[in-house]
Design a protein around this ligand. Structure first.
Ligand code: 6R9
Length: 649
């Protein structure tokens, strides 16, 4: 491999928590004796009753069971707030930067975070929420989102956050999926100068089947909203009636902390369940070491709390470490493409963590937007969500980082709770586009896709699996342990299957090659092609649909839909627009089809299976190499699809 490597500067490495030698030593120890290693690192958080058992993991199919610190008890909110009060009660816990830059930012101290969280916890209690109950959060990026998460954790309720960009239907399905007692929302969500009426969406989602579900509403803009009498409560009114003190519930390490729905290759999204002790240990440890966070640093992750990145690296990890975490309500390009960098300058951000899709979009706007800002406070840069192309990596490194800042390309998943494969900024010589290698305790293996045999050595490619467990691993699919075992432990026995393909280069560096299943990654958002297909066929004029990803300059992957209409329907441009809007309302704007191709016929095998491999090739404009088409029932449909393909490169 002739890839250029970027080693951390000597002065950075000297001050870093982990340098190259320490990484080697700690990694070896973590693999040699995981129970001893994690037993030690479990102590970074406070336990009410300390654990005596560290690890109890069984990966055998039919019996998958994952437990960490199983006899310990703790409370996550107490770890993220209370334990900091004596030493840093007046320190800012959350800096909130609103969508509109002329609106003032807020600095919320740990003391204030305590009071606000306790109040919200008491309000939830007064609404009948208790330990083990589910609460859905459908909120803008406002401090109340963090208060709500921590309030649930404080009283032992399980939160399930639904991204505020999701439609009422998607929200309803998730409220139903976890049988939530309460939905917490806001009147309106301002974002990029536009407004989404969140409470109206909630009303629509709860309209028919959920007349028991209460709603707690945060006043964000004061816009007029429709009220459901007896079921809806204003947070600011209820908060006046309760105390700013609420004792934390003693939780078992393996009690669920949250559910987060994520897309898979088949069926509807599944509720990934994370538990209390192991998750917090892992989120806190990775936050500190992967970003090289030090006491007093200002840390900013630009994700939304609706995604796992927002859970682990805006709220739980940073707050467990007593950090100052920045929450941004807006988007990278509003009011203009300088916003991220202005916010970095304004709040003197030290660690900045974003997604490749944002980097690519901003790169396209030119360097002036960046260089006019003072980014000298920034020390570590991070990316997450999808592979970063070397061109974008280099721009991030040169223009944003000024060549001074290590970049951590963090590979992980909703399921993994925290980073699994990533450089460490003071230890690893990074290669642009590679997530480099494993974090402590992580044993990646490359398997031959069909036989499941381990492929040893370097310069190899296959599917990425993990050999052993780590504390932040998901424990089950909410209400469906069978599906958990089938999805992650059935294809490759004895391993956790990530769903990603990867290459291990000649130097032992890992390169993620993308999903090997029917999951696509659009602007870093995971989506099952099956979800978009079922939205399309739910339209009365559509008889059949097949959805695949195709390379997209900014989004990484775009959504390419092949659609067959019911007999007698007319194939028109107006209908394409209608279908696009239809999918937006069924799922949300992030699922909006980029290209729709009318497909009077789809390539199928004689047994009626759609040959997606062929559809993918055509969508990629790579139709010269369709591979074996001998099993096609009607080969002529392929010629028609090629002839009328939408992406001409
Ligand atoms: C955290 C998060 C997980 C999928 C994952 C992979 C892709 C994430 C990546 C990356 C290459 C990286 N992915 N980080 N691919 N390099 N640094 O994104 O979780 O939404 O569950 O998506 O995203 O394909 O399997 P999630």
């Amino acid at each position: 491999m002739s890839d250029t490597t970027y080693a951390p500067a000597a002065d950075f490495a000297a001050k870093a928590h982990i340098d190259a030698a320490k990484y080697e030593e700690m990694y070896a120890a973590s693999i040699k004796d995981p129970a001893a290693f994690w037993g030690e690192h479990g102590k970074r958080i406070d336990w009410i009753k300390p654990y005596t058992k560290v690890k109890d993991v069984d990966y055998s199919f039919g019996n998958v069971s994952i437990k960490w610190y199983e006899d310990g008890t703790l409370n996550v909110a107490a770890n993220c707030i209370d334990r900091h009060l004596a030493t840093r009660g007046d320190q800012t816990a959350i800096i909130w930067e609103p969508d509109d830059p002329t609106e003032p930012a807020q600095h919320i101290s740990y003391k204030e975070l305590y009071a606000q969280t306790c109040k919200m916890a008491n309000v939830l209690k007064s609404m009948g929420v208790g330990k083990g109950d589910r609460v859905v959060l459908y909120l803008p990026m406002i401090p109340e989102a963090a208060y709500a998460m921590l309030a649930c954790a404080r009283i032992g309720a399980i939160h399930s956050i639904v991204f505020a960009g999701f439609s009422p239907d998607a929200l309803g399905a998730r409220v139903n999926g976890c049988d939530a007692k309460v939905v917490i929302t806001a009147d309106t969500a301002p974002r990029g100068g536009k407004a989404t009426k969140l409470k109206d969406n909630v009303n629509q989602a709860l309209l028919n089947d959920f007349d028991e579900v209460k709603c707690l509403v945060v006043k964000r803009t004061g816009d007029q909203i429709a009220w459901r009498d007896g079921l809806d409560y204003w947070l600011h009114e209820e908060a006046e009636k309760v105390e700013a003190d609420c004792p934390p519930e003693e939780m078992n390490a393996e009690d669920p902390l949250f559910i987060l729905y994520t897309s898979g290759s088949t069926g509807m999204p599944k509720g990934v369940v994370h538990t209390t002790g192991g998750y917090l240990v892992y989120a806190a440890m990775t936050h500190e070491l992967v970003f090289d966070y030090h006491e007093g640093d200002i840390y900013w992750c630009t994700a939304d709390v609706g995604w796992v990145t927002g859970h682990s690296y805006i709220v739980y990890g940073p707050l467990a470490n007593g950090a100052t975490t920045l929450m941004f309500e807006g988007v990278p390009t509003y009011p203009d493409a300088s916003r991220f960098w202005q916010v970095c300058e304004k709040h003197k951000v030290n660690q900045f963590y974003t997604a490749p899709t944002a980097i690519r979009a901003l790169m396209g706007q030119g360097n002036d937007y960046v260089t006019k800002c003072d980014l000298s406070s920034v020390r570590t840069l991070g990316t997450v969500g999808e592979p970063i192309n070397p061109e974008a990596w280099n721009w991030y490194n040169d223009v944003v980082g000024g060549g001074r800042c290590p970049i951590v390309d963090t590979w992980w998943q909703t399921e993994t709770g925290g980073h699994l494969m990533t450089p460490l900024p003071g230890a690893t010589a990074a290669k642009p586009g590679s997530c480099c290698g494993p974090f402590f305790g992580i044993e990646p293996v490359v398997l031959e896709p069909t036989t499941g045999e381990i492929i040893e050595g370097n310069g190899v490619e296959g599917v990425l699996c993990m050999k052993d467990s780590w504390p932040g691993q998901m424990r089950t699919v909410w209400g469906d342990h069978e599906r958990f075992m089938k999805t992650y432990f059935a294809d490759y026995k004895g391993y956790y299957f990530t769903g990603d393909g990867c290459r291990r280069d000649e130097d032992g560096y890992y390169w993620i090659t993308g999903r090997v299943d029917d999951v696509i990654n659009v602007s870093g958002h995971r989506m099952g092609t099956a979800e978009v297909e079922s939205a399309l066929v739910a339209h009365s004029k559509v008889s059949e649909a097949a959805v695949v990803g195709y390379p997209h300059d900014i989004k990484g992957q775009g959504i390419y839909c092949y659609v067959t209409l019911m007999g007698g329907e007319e194939y028109t441009d107006e209908l394409k627009t209608e279908l696009r809007n239809w999918v937006r309302t069924e799922i949300g704007p992030i699922a909006s089809p980029d290209l729709i191709q009318w497909a009077p016929g789809l390539p199928k095998t004689r047994s009626g299976k759609i040959m997606r491999r062929i559809l993918r090739k055509i969508a990629e404009n790579d139709y010269g190499s369709l591979g074996d088409t001998s099993t096609l029932a009607e080969p002529a449909v392929v010629d028609d699809l090629i002839e009328n393909r939408m992406n001409r490169g």
